[in-house]
Design a binder for this molecule. Structure first.
Ligand code: PMP
Length: 415
């Protein structure tokens, strides 16, 4: 085996990873913190915190408008993150990366700038039953404005997309399909490359919500064959208020601006304004510069660990956590697809999710309880809410075991 292959396969050193995340060493209610809410937002490694701190201490200036040294440094650092994102997603060009405040803004950009001008009454957009509201509501809004309809591809009880039914919906009326790569509730990993092949064959652009995939899986937009891919920086160990939309160059070229303002124009007069080329056409106003500097550090950090290695570690952790949870009496896991990321939703018979999450918090365990911005999915499973444990590279088997012990203690109080 080559040295490189060996190093790729070497397991993740989780103790070293944990040491990079200062927040993980704190206590909550006098107990060591067990942070199982990374699907909500991930914790930040020192490299990210320090990059943001260093930027404000040494290079703070606005981007793209100053000729002075600080402006040049700030612009270079900000633009470097665009290049890193292009490499991270294997985009063919850095000009195909639009920097956004997160996935929500990225999806809205596609809704208003791509979909809205193309939709007519009777047209359709296809999405799935397992989407986050961010990948539902923008489509509903543009459908309402145009008389188009939103069609929903069903899932089964295990939380898998019914691919045949998705494909059946791809009729000539469909102007766009929008699917999550990984469900934030079920953990299901959707077969995006397969869906993209079906969509492409019919000339239908495919938008992928990658906010829950990018922190867990290697993402290669060229291999996936989709047309749009949205990510969120804060779930990827970067600062809040950062994210990106990747879209094919020829698609971006034909999209009108969504927000107007500074930074996105070529020339402005009261007779008319001409716009900058993509991606700057879509980046009006002062962006979250320090945030993107931090996101660049987060991408470096992820690359230094190796995404295959991270995924292998998480896969093992998911297996351990799933088996341990299944052994808890009365516990039902919502989402049992064979291909999953480290997101586990569950319910315990006779126990209200909020009560469980509140008592677990007193044990130092941070899990989320609620509808997870996925009302239609909750309705499909006939539940108002679930408890969700979402794990990351800094979590351990020992934490999972302590979590299960905490659930046992809490169950005795509640059942
Ligand atoms: N899509 C999915 C699947 C998500 O989990 C989230 C965040 N919970 C979003 C979209 C929205 O991301 P953001 O709020 O960071 O824009």
């Amino acid at each position: 085996m080559s040295a490189r292959a060996e190093s790729v396969l070497a397991p993740l050193d989780v103790a070293a990873v944990r040491a990079e995340f200062p927040l993980l060493s704190r206590t909550v209610h006098g107990k060591p913190l067990i942070y199982f809410d990374s699907a909500n937002t991930a914790q930040k490694p020192s490299a990210v915190i320090e990059a943001v701190d260093r930027f404000y201490r040494t290079s703070n200036a606005n981007v793209s408008r100053a000729v002075h040294q600080l402006g040049a440094e700030a612009t270079a650092a900000y633009e470097e993150t665009r290049s890193k994102l292009a490499r991270f997603l294997n985009a063919p060009s850095r000009d195909e990366i639009v920097l956004t405040s997160g996935t929500t803004q990225a999806i809205n950009l596609v809704a208003y700038s791509f979909a809205l001008p193309r939709l007519a009454p009777g047209d359709e957009i296809v999405t799935t039953m397992m989407e986050h509201h961010a990948n539902i509501v923008p489509w509903q809004l543009v459908c309402e404005r145009t008389g188009a309809k939103l069609k929903v591809a069903p899932i089964n009880e295990r939380g898998e997309l019914l691919v045949d039914r998705f494909v059946e919906l791809l009729t000539p009326k469909v102007k766009l399909a929008a699917v999550t790569h990984v469900s934030n509730v079920l953990g299901t990993i959707n077969p995006i490359a397969e869906l993209a092949r079906h969509a492409r064959r019919r000339g239908i652009p495919l938008m992928v919500d990658g906010s829950q995939a990018a922190p867990h899986l290697p993402v290669d937009v060229q291999a996936l064959g989709c047309d749009f891919y949205a990510i969120t920086g804060h779930k990827l160990f970067g600062p809040t208020g950062t994210g990106a939309l990747w879209a094919r160059r020829e698609i971006l070229r034909d999209m009108p601006p969504f927000f107007g303002g500074g930074e996105m124009i070529r020339e402005v007069s009261f007779e008319g304004t001409t716009f900058a080329d993509p991606p700057h056409r879509f980046e009006a106003g002062t962006p979250n510069i320090a945030g993107f500097v931090g996101l660049g550090a987060a991408l470096d950090y992820v690359e230094s660990l190796g995404r295959e290695r991270m995924a292998a570690y998480e896969h093992e952790l998911l297996g351990h956590a799933t088996a341990a949870l299944k052994a808890v009496p009365g516990l039902r896991i919502i989402g049992e697809a064979p291909h999953k990321a480290t997101v586990i939703s569950f319910l315990i018979e006779g126990v209200h999710g909020h009560d469980l999450a509140t008592l677990l918090d007193h044990e130092g365990v941070a899990v989320r309880s609620g509808h997870h911005c996925a009302h239609p999915l909750m309705a499909f499973f006939g539940v108002p809410a679930t408890v969700r444990a979402s794990l990351s590279i800094y979590n351990t088997r020992e934490e999972v075991d302590r979590f299960i012990e905490a659930i046992d203690r809490v169950r005795k109080l509640l059942v």
